[in-house]
Design a protein around this ligand. Structure first.
Ligand code: AFP
Length: 280
């Protein structure tokens, strides 16, 4: 596992340099979910893939930017799913972006995730590592990753980050978000799930939601690359992650690019979601 974390650090240092250089042109290629890939996505993907390919402990990798699983070493122990640069279009407007990694054993399913990592590229570069027991925050300085603290969530927070648009929300979801406004939650939404979830984690609580909507009944966010790693992190930090009906990590995966509705937060807010979605 240590080798994998070291590889992620190496990729992070390389990606940080690429972002700082400011290459933001659009590429002609599209990824499997139809988004137009930006050059930064593609370059970051290549960096990460090349670094993982050097590790004998890795059996397979799969990237949000690629159609298929890539075989690395048939005797390797670990499977890694990653989103090389989530929200990369936000670089154009100088907002934070991030990389997300889920490390699995046996197969790419929620109940087989054993570690998760994400990296925020913002005013600072920070890395959060979850081994299933603790969630640790590191900050990059002079290409070193210094331990800052363990992240633990409170029972209740003060922030809400509601994904998608009101036009596409189902009535019960809109009702829940309105109730949170009435209960004085602060609205914060950058359009990048890494900084938005990092905000909630570091403030100790709140709710990030990306529900099923009238235009995307299964939500937008991808299970392997976005939803499972963050569910693992939120649960380990003492919060929770649900799709409204069940724990996110119990959702069945039928295809590597499956999406799913998801809610991440501290326990009070997750209970609020479960209560609201119970009879839907
Ligand atoms: P992009 O990678 O297409 O910018 O999407 C970012 C993202 O996957 C995630 O980081 C955000 O939370 C979510 O999409 C935002 O989606 P909406 O703009 O539909 O709320």
């Amino acid at each position: 596992m240590n080798e994998i974390i070291e590889s992620i650090k190496k990729s992070t240092i390389e990606i940080q340099k690429i972002i700082a250089k400011g290459d933001m042109g659009k590429s002609e290629e599209q990824n499997s979910t139809g988004d137009t890939q930006l050059k930064l996505d593609i370059i970051s993907d290549v960096v990460i893939e090349n670094n993982f390919k050097l590790l004998t402990c890795v059996k397979q990798i799969v990237s949000e930017e690629q159609e298929n699983i890539v075989n690395i070493n048939k005797d390797g122990e670990y499977l890694i799913a990653y989103d090389p640069l989530d929200g990369s279009s936000l670089v154009d407007v100088n907002l934070s972006v991030g990389s997300i990694y889920g490390i699995f054993k046996n197969n790419f399913t929620g109940n087989n995730i054993i570690a998760s990592v994400y990296v925020v590229f913002g005013p600072r570069v920070e890395m959060v590592v979850c081994d299933g027991e603790t969630v640790k925050l590191y900050r990059m300085q002079n290409e070193e990753f210094n331990y800052i603290k363990d992240i633990k969530m409170d029972q209740k927070g003060t922030i809400k980050s509601p994904g998608s648009t009101q036009q596409c929300w189902y009535p019960h979801h809109k009702e829940m978000i309105n109730e949170m406004f009435e209960d004085n939650y602060n609205l914060t939404y950058s359009g990048g799930m890494v900084p938005d979830l990092h905000h909630i984690l570091l403030r100790g609580g709140g709710l990030f939601s990306y529900p099923g909507t009238s235009d995307k009944s299964k939500g937008k966010l991808r299970q392997l690359f976005e939803v499972f790693p963050f569910a693992h992190i939120f649960e380990t930090a003492g919060g929770g992650a649900t799709d409204g009906k069940q724990r996110v990590l119990e959702i069945e995966t039928t295809h590597i690019h499956d999406t799913s509705p998801c809610f991440f937060g501290s326990n009070d807010e997750i209970n609020r979601v479960i209560t609201k979605y119970k009879n839907i």
